[in-house]
Design a protein around this ligand. Structure first.
Ligand SMILES: Nc1nc2c(ncn2[C@@H]2O[C@H](COP(=O)(O)OP(=O)(O)OP(=O)(O)O)[C@@H](O)[C@H]2O)c(=O)[nH]1
Ligand SMILES: [Zn+2]
Length: 352
């Protein structure tokens, strides 16, 4: 482990706040320092502290951790002490397997769900990302890009707003710094932000515009290794000119719906509320008498597309969770098989 020179950010600039501080005992206040995981490599974690960067080697006693996590390190030796409770977590889970959870990102304050206003505009896709954000317990902001290429910006904005009147929806030209100013309220000092959205919608463009001229400097902070050579270490947490922290991992961009029922139920709370009013408690809303959902569609209170997407996402998340579970169990079987073969070889070698 070594302490390296890095951009020196104060604890509040790193996202530290009372909810983490409260988790420290009197003893820990004296003997430990807080550190935030800013990168993850095969051999270890890159941790940011108030006094610079620390590399934490992976060893068996470490819990499963991810970029964005807050941990405590022993003040002098920088030995790992504990992982602090997370405020939010993006992960992939497999249904029925408690121990299997692939962590993607934690302690994100705001996720920008990016969708473009041209031919990629798709309400169902936005709902899918909303479900992921809800499941992770992160505040979503819908960012509709390519406003400069769209003739009916207001109409499309209203369609998105109709998904939920409480939703924050911003329409921008991602190439214009002035236009991106509308995202600034979520990019304040110490706030951790992330981006989701399909390919080509303009995520990198928004990031580059928000980063301004500092992109190069921040995305690959150059540092010297012991021989004085310049090396670049990849980090997934980047400090932005506005003072916010951008959490950008490949996992975040590729995230799929799995074991996300809670998130889906929250995004489609209106459908669930209607379903509660159906005459039969096991109503499938297909052709049953007294179905409140079908009645709402008929009276145009509920968009049929929304019901279709609700069903589709529920089915998809069940399928994805199952396939993760299946793969996991095959992996386990394989490891068991390898172990038993190794045992047999060993006992043969010993001449039993
Ligand atoms: N005119 C205009 N072009 C935009 C806007 N946002 C993005 N673009 C263009 O759209 C293309 C794709 O943008 P990217 O930022 O690479 O999209 P992305 O979401 O990062 O895509 P991936 O990296 O594949 O995930 C680029 O050519 C951008 O210049 C916008 O608001 N207005
Ligand atoms: Zn019904």
């Amino acid at each position: 482990m070594s302490l390296k020179e890095t951009l020196s950010l104060s604890l509040p600039q790193l996202g530290w706040r009372p909810v983490y501080q409260q988790q420290l005992s009197w003893d820990e206040l004296e003997t430990t320092i807080p550190a935030r995981i800013s990168g993850h490599h095969r051999s270890g974690y890159i941790c940011w502290t108030e006094n610079g960067e620390i590399h934490l080697d992976i060893h068996a006693k470490l819990p499963s951790m991810t970029v964005g996590d807050w941990i405590l390190l022993e003040r002098e030796t920088h030995q790992f002490i504990k992982l602090l409770d997370r405020q939010s977590l993006f992960s992939r889970k497999a249904a029925g397997i408690k121990s299997y959870e692939q962590l993607i990102a934690s302690n994100v304050d705001t996720v920008f769900i990016v969708s473009s206003l041209n031919h990629d505009f798709n309400l169902s896709r936005i709902e899918r990302y909303l479900a992921l954000a809800k499941e992770a317990q992160v505040e979503p902001v819908i960012v509709l890009t390519k406003a400069d290429l769209c003739d009916d910006v207001d109409d499309k904005k209203q369609q998105v707003q109709a998904l939920n009147p409480m939703l924050n929806v911003e329409c921008i030209n991602a190439l214009s710094s002035e236009s991106c100013q509308s995202l600034k309220p979520w990019c304040k000092i110490g706030k951790t932000i992330a981006f989701m959205g399909s390919s080509g919608v303009g995520k990198s463009t928004v990031v580059n515009t928000l980063m301004g001229s500092e992109t190069q400097q921040t995305s690959g902070i150059r540092e010297q290794d012991s021989k004085g050579r310049h090396t670049t270490t990849s980090r997934s947490l980047l400090s932005m000119p506005s003072g916010a922290l951008l959490l950008d991992t490949p996992g975040m961009r590729e995230i799929q719906i799995s074991d996300c029922e809670q998130g889906i139920e929250e995004v489609f709370a209106d459908v669930a509320n209607l379903a509660n009013k159906c005459r039969f408690s096991d109503c499938k809303h297909i052709s049953e008498p007294g179905c409140a959902v079908l009645k709402a569609i008929e009276s145009e209170e509920l968009d049929e597309r929304r019901l279709r997407n609700y069903r589709k996402l529920l089915a998809e998340q069940a399928r994805n969770s199952e396939s993760i579970a299946e793969r996991r169990s095959k992996e386990k079987d394989f490891h068991k098989h390898v172990k038993s073969v190794m045992k047999e070889i060993q006992s043969r070698e010993k001449g039993y």
